[in-house]
Design a protein around this ligand. Structure first.
Ligand code: WTA
Length: 648
């Protein structure tokens, strides 16, 4: 087994040693009230909390509260409290899509901009508890919009800018959001994204579904001509002129909602994951500090998009709560060329770099010289997130990008967990390529078999977490029963992650991937049921089944089995039409990689699609189809194998 031991130079710099980790971890699980009571003070409270943990995973009573009688404001913690000490320090370092464009926003400027946007929202009637939807490119105004909402106690719902009008409409309607903040266009890899046009279509669709958006606040990014609805649309630069740069932060209860973030699950409709104020902020800030071994003055870069949870916790809230300089990148890793990440690291002297395995694999394929022609001497810690990282990519990241000078933190977590749960700590944890290593403070992972029996020691099984941590989601927005059903009913009394994992002889955790009908495509989480419902909404499609298959760059690719309506002829043109249709329904991230026309799908006699078989065929591993005796029509399998799209 390849183990990379902590180097002396990492130890010398690190805030915590391995002994510290062990001692802190023990205390965090033996005395959570004492441990979190102390660390809860890392943020500024308006009214200090007197209660720490009040949580229940008991069937019928899923109730999660942390610091419940304390009050605070997240924006004040991310901005105002830094003004005295670091008002002139850069808060957001923005790097544009075009390498000639960048700018630095100080904490003082951030304060003024966020207050202005908060006042602009207030002027349009937004108040505490209202939902504000944010559909933005990676520009500083996206962070202003999140922080402005938090400042006035509104609940933000950020929707990734790559989602389609349909997907945006569903989220506007789901959250009954009266306000949408967007931009004229986005800019990525030299190409424009028609955000305002999409937003208009989304508003039309939402209106037809019965929810009319009242205000659309539009940031000018590219200056393109965009359609305009006078009674509804407002230019940010015009509203900004009239808005005061002073807006007192709203006093929020620790358990008041901070944001909703829609994410995919096993069922068709994305769920609105709800995070609250106090516990989330404490957990995001604390993990940011210790997982990345963040020191004052470090330049920190997370390449995620603010549309995903990683962007929430580790571009905006964690780093800003810690008074860090957080780099925000508008572009993509291969524009103008595949050296871009490493050039940006040199340009801004980045110390901590956090990205996804899919990007690492893609850049690994571009050749070492794209990396080695840059310096990267500023780097101290490298991180990955979003999907399992294969040891080959890990080693390349470690050797070629980091030149064996920087530890890699492989951080496992989820939208639902709010922050990192399983991870090494730089300078404390010996590393094993491909393993997320050990639990963060307060996190108790447990493997269970399919019957729910807990597995001790070296084992492989379904990954659960047995007790609450402060960053945990509190509910599914508007549907607490579904929250219990989704996460606490499979294994009663435990939070079930949906992931499979192994635990080795050193107590190290290895995430093996999802065990439910969620796939992970380029680090984007997707429900196979969502893609299926997009496919069957096409008039020529009668039935569809979607599975993931191993993909060299994306981690998993999307493989679709499609049965056509009576009288429809399969063709290459129709495949293209279906791919375009799914992009239109969900967005480009859901583009099918393979479509196989299937006269029939393998079903049990009770009509249930046997996905296990479809997965095997998609993997070109049909020698191991397993038991097919329960199939209603075993012959359909022969046709699927015969016409499979993936042949090794
Ligand atoms: C996967 C992203 C292996 C996992 C923060 C999880 C990982 C899902 C890792 C959550 C990792 C995330 N190693 N798998 N380091 N990090 N995953 O909600 O399957 O977009 O359940 O949150 O990504 O995806 P989500």
């Amino acid at each position: 087994m390849n183990i990379i031991q902590v180097k002396n130079e990492w130890k010398a710099r690190a805030k915590l040693t391995n002994d510290d980790y062990e001692a802190w971890y023990r205390r965090s699980v033996e005395d959570p009230d004492g441990f979190w009571g102390e660390h809860g003070k890392r943020v500024d409270w308006m009214t200090p909390f007197t209660k720490v943990k009040n949580t229940s995973f008991a069937p019928g009573n899923i109730d999660i509260r942390w610091f419940e009688d304390g009050t605070l404001n997240v924006a004040a913690n991310c901005i105002d409290r830094h003004l005295d000490k670091r008002g002139d320090q850069t808060a957001i370092l923005w790097e544009g899509d075009d390498p000639s464009e960048s700018k630095a926003i100080t904490y003082r400027e951030l304060h003024a901009e966020v207050c202005r946007m908060a006042n602009a929202l207030k002027a349009r009637g937004v108040k505490k508890g209202d939902r504000v939807t944010i559909y933005m490119p990676m520009i500083p105004e996206a962070a202003y919009a999140m922080l402005a909402s938090a400042r006035i106690g509104a609940i933000h719902s950020v929707v990734f800018g790559g989602f389609s009008p349909d997907a945006l409409a569903g989220r506007l309607d789901g959250a009954a959001s009266d306000v949408l903040i967007t931009a004229d266009e986005g800019l990525r890899g030299g190409r424009t994204v028609p955000l305002k046009k999409n937003a208009d279509r989304a508003c039309d669709i939402a209106a037809k579904a019965g929810h009319a958006v009242k205000t659309v606040l539009v940031v000018r990014r590219t200056g393109a001509d965009v359609p305009w609805t006078e009674s509804r649309d407002v230019w940010w630069h015009e509203a900004r002129e009239k808005a005061s740069a002073d807006c007192p932060p709203e006093e929020m209860g620790a358990e008041d909602p901070l944001f909703i973030l829609y994410t995919s699950g096993s069922t068709g409709k994305p769920k609105g994951v709800l995070h609250t104020t106090g516990g989330y902020l404490v957990f995001a800030a604390m993990t940011h500090e210790y997982v990345f071994d963040y020191h004052d003055g470090d330049i920190y870069w997370c390449t995620a998009d603010v549309g995903w949870v990683t962007g929430h916790s580790y571009i905006v809230y964690g780093p800003l709560a810690n008074g860090a300089t957080t780099l925000m990148f508008e572009g993509v890793p291969n524009y103008p060329d595949t050296s871009r990440f490493w050039q940006v690291i040199d340009k801004h002297k980045v110390n901590i770099f956090y990205t996804a395995p899919t990007a690492i694999r893609a850049l690994m394929g571009a050749g070492d010289d794209k990396v080695t022609t840059t310096s990267r001497k500023s780097l101290k810690v490298l991180g990955t997130v979003g999907e399992p990282i294969n040891p080959e990519a890990w080693n390349w990241y470690y050797r070629v990008v980091g030149e064996e000078r920087s530890p890699i933190v492989d951080t496992w977590w989820q939208t639902e967990t709010g922050g990192i749960l399983i991870t090494p700590l730089p300078g404390a944890t010996d590393l094993k390529p491909g393993s997320a290593t050990r639990p963060f403070f307060g996190v108790i992972p447990q493997l269970v078999d399919n019957d729910g029996t807990a597995l001790e020691g070296v084992a492989e099984g379904n990954l659960c977490i047995t007790d609450s941590w402060p960053g945990q989601m509190r509910t599914i927005y508007g549907d607490h029963d579904r929250f219990e059903q989704t996460y606490f009913s499979t294994y009663k009394g435990k939070y079930f992650t949906g992931d499979g994992a192994k635990c080795d002889e050193d107590g190290y955790w290895w995430i093996t991937g999802r065990v439910d009908d969620v796939i992970n495509v380029s680090g984007h989480r997707m429900g196979t049921a969502e893609v299926e419902s997009a496919l069957v909404s096409h008039p020529k499609v009668s039935e569809a089944a979607v599975v993931g298959y191993p993909h060299d760059i994306k981690g998993q690719g999307i493989y679709c089995y499609v049965t056509l309506m009576e009288g429809q002829e399969p063709s290459e043109a129709l495949k293209k039409e279906l791919v375009a249709h799914v992009r239109e329904e969900i967005g480009p991230i859901a583009s099918p990689d393979k479509i196989q026309f299937a006269p029939g799908l393998p079903k049990t006699r009770s009509g249930k699609i046997m996905r296990r078989i479809l997965r095997k065929i998609a993997e070109d591993d049909f020698g191991a189809l397993g038991d097919t005796s329960t199939l209603a029509y075993p012959a359909v399998v022969d046709d699927l194998v015969e016409n499979r799209e993936n042949r090794k």
